[in-house]
Design a protein around this ligand. Sequence first.
Ligand code: KIV
Ligand code: ZN
Length: 503
Amino acid sequence: MLHDPNRIYIFDTTLRDGEQVPGCQLTTSEKIEIALRLEALGVDVIEAGFPISSPGDFESVVALSKAVREPIICALTRANTKDIDCAVESLKHAKRPRIHTGIGSSDMHIKYKFNSTREDILQRGVDAVKYAKRFVEDIEFYAEDAGRADDAFLAQMVEAVIAAGATVVNIPDTNGYCLPDQYGAKIKYLMDHVKNIDQAIISVHCHNDLGLATANTIAGIQNGARQAECTINGIGERAGNTALEEVAMILKTHQALGKYTNINSKHFYELSGMVSRMMRMPVQPNKAIVGKNAFAHSSGIHQDGVLKHRETYEIMNPEDVGIDQSSIILTARSGRHALKHHLERLGYVLEKINIDDVYERFLVVADSKKEIKDDDLLALMSGEGSERNYKAGVTVKLLQVMCGDPLVPTSIVRLDIRGEMKEAVSSGNGPVDATIKAINSIIEKEVDIKDFHIDAIHGGSNDVSKVNMRIKYDGKHYNGYGFSTDIVAASANAYLDAVNKFI
Ligand code: KIV
Ligand code: ZN
């Protein structure tokens, strides 16, 4: 791992530092699922857990060691033989094991946490590295609370643990205290003052207490660190850790930094959703890279710009992070350009529409609503006498579903395809799934459902459901809208509304 100085190694600690958060605990099988996605994402190291902390953590490190082949599997310990023995045991099936051991390095930790001296702590760190090295070649040492440690003492500690065999030395800003220039200067100080620094990789591990985790990580990288420790969605203790997706996209977007990673960023959006769901930790809508609004435009000026040339208001391509396209949200602040874009997307022939007239009516509706959805536009256009540029060639003639506990959800569908009747029966994991599968077996098309929203118009159990769907077929996206008092029928209508646009 010592060669190319511009290659930044990504150390993911979602399953250790991230999972430490109350309420975020995962089962071993959930951890395996996430670890395999992290492997596909291209992370270099997966910190799988802190084996001595609980039997569950131990078991997870064992399971991940068996399941993951490419990335290094890392286990955390404190600087003592009991922790290290336990970690060694948990890693015995790992193809590429690493032990991550360490001890406090700030005077605050030395005095109040350990009631000890710098000399004693340094010796305990060195002894832990030497002990771990007997069993595992790859040893990472962490100097906890390095952000607040005295630089000269930190340099002494780093030099001693490298001499003892550490292959990577982690300089954590455990409490998220540093400013970016301070943290960058700390890394530079170590690069300049530790004699054997060329024999190890310096790693950055920043917490987000002041909202500076990502900025500090980048400052560390700019000053010589070659490994960044991060979590998906930035989850972690208190205000969290550095967000992996942010670091990777900063390095990709700012090519002038000359640094690169092995990350395939197209996996970000999906992995972010998976981590959020499994850990029950919602992603804030304005979260950089993976938030719901990260590529959504709502002001008229921005919408106009993006529709003319995406890069006017987007520094990254949404597809690069796994989001199909930027979204233009229709609100009272939207202009004609955005309105036309959505009408066209719904299949209206713009030449046949008096857009000024529609825009005026649109503003009246938009003033009373936060966001204008497809069904609002369809209602708005219903009095217009305007044509949509496709004819519904495929319609549902019969829909019959059987579901309930313990039945296997099954759907019978009869479609009218331009006068010809075709029927199919399918089962699925629910009545909607069974119905879509039955439709697919009739139309014989490879369709991918990308978005699927069901809303009740007023809220009661006898209410009308409205379904918005976005599907992908042959590389293109199509939207569909359907409504009915029956949610399965509403879903089938929405699906066919979208399918009719290409069939
Ligand atoms: O924040 C921290 O200091 C840590 C260490 C245990 C690496 O998570
Ligand atoms: Zn941490």
